[in-house]
Design a protein around this ligand. Structure first.
Ligand code: SAM
Ligand code: DTB
Ligand code: SF4
Length: 336
């Protein structure tokens, strides 16, 4: 198999064969693919901020911010622009190169757009890459965010098309794909991945990766979240993914998505250093830094610094981007 063939169409059989490989062989292949496409010791650092917390009308069974579940999260209004800028400055000082602003919405309302666009342009002017995750977008909203300077839009498919209805009923898998295509058409980079540990099967994990890998232009950034179980949500007691199976999934993702930056996203706080090290070896090359994710704690800053030193990892510096030109080309192709 050609490790770097980015036009390869993945089938269920092909993915099953990867999952069935002896662990050492799988990790060796994943590490080989990783080295063909990335500097092996570099890890990208993103920082997350919740610009609008809680009160979300959607019913995502994993989420602390859905209004449908009794969790400890209270709803807040959209953060003030000056508070976002102050937080972004701290993120930059702490070594983050990308600042990701999340909102607990089904999607932004027309009245939010002006503030959101100002946040994007102000954060960008600090020299940070910008990312937002605001839920479903229409075409016009995607274009406006791009014009304001938004580099990435995060919009996860979360799981396989087959399992999706077990997790979310208030929007469809196709709704998510539609937003992703608006983001592409507008010329932004796509950040799209999912969550492991929601009761899905290995086959579902493979099917989710097939959707991502078979996209005409696979996402530049792929977050792999380990479910953070939230008391009060329907998935509070979900069976955790066994750690070796988690690493295996990261390795399979690396092989199927050779050019994508893979983010070891939520759930690192409950992972040992050894498990994280194995995930980096399997091809994960991005993390969230900072003490908080959206509504839950992340690994402390000092612990991450210490782990980077132990493993000899370095910060990935955004290139002269690189993919900006590539993305404009994607947008033209998509539009034509
Ligand atoms: N409301 C927007 C949306 O759903 O697209 C943006 C914010 S939402 C919280 C972003 C992503 O965070 C979700 O798609 C999901 O993949 C991830 N996420 C949310 N809660 C999580 C949890 N408890 N554990 C792991 N990942 C989670
Ligand atoms: C993503 O894939 N993971 C991040 C980000 N995109 C927005 C969110 C993780 C949330 C973890 C649970 C919480 O803190 O509420
Ligand atoms: Fe709302 Fe996003 Fe949470 Fe779903 S994941 S309930 S859309 S904030």
């Amino acid at each position: 198999m050609n490790h770097t063939a980015d036009n390869q169409t993945w089938t269920a059989e092909g993915v099953q064969a990867l999952f069935a490989m002896p662990f050492n062989d799988l990790l060796y292949q994943a590490q080989t693919v990783h080295r063909e496409n990335f500097a092996p010791n570099q890890v990208q650092k993103s920082r997350l901020v919740n610009i609008k917390t809680g009160g979300c009308p959607e019913d995502c069974k994993y989420c602390s911010q859905s209004i449908r579940y009794q969790t400890e999260v209270d709803a807040s209004k959209l953060m003030k622009i000056e508070d976002v800028i102050a937080d972004a400055k701290v993120a930059k000082k702490d070594g983050a190169t990308r600042y990701c602003m999340g909102a607990a919405w089904r999607g932004p309302k027309p009245s939010h757009m002006e503030s959101l666009c100002t946040m994007v342009s102000e954060v960008k002017s600090l020299g940070l890459e910008t990312c937002m995750t605001l839920g479903l977008l229409n075409r016009d909203q995607a274009v406006r965010l791009k014009q304001a300077g938004l580099d990435f839009y995060n919009h996860n498919i979360d799981t396989s098309p087959e399992y999706y209805g077990q997790v979310i009923t208030t929007r469809t898998f196709e709704d998510r794909l539609q937003t992703i295509s608006y983001v592409r058409e507008a010329g932004m980079k796509v950040c799209c991945g999912g969550i492991l540990g929601m009761g899905e099967s290995q086959q579902d994990r493979g099917r989710m990766l097939i959707v991502l890998a078979n996209m005409k232009h696979p996402p530049e950034s792929v977050p792999i979240n380990m479910l953070v179980p939230i008391p009060g949500t329907p998935l509070a007691e979900a069976q955790q993914v066994e750690p070796i199976e988690f690493v295996r999934t990261v390795a399979v993702a690396r092989i199927m998505l050779p050019m994508s930056v893979l983010r070891l996203s939520a759930g690192r706080r409950s992972m040992s250093e050894e498990l994280q090290a194995l995930c980096f070896f399997a091809g994960a090359n991005s993390i969230f830094v900072g003490d908080r994710l959206l509504t839950t704690d992340n690994v402390e800053y000092d612990h991450d610094e210490a782990l980077f030193t132990k493993l000899g990892l370095e910060d990935m510096v955004p290139t002269a981007e690189s993919s900006a030109d590539q993305v404009d080309q994607y947008a033209q192709e998509t539009a034509s």
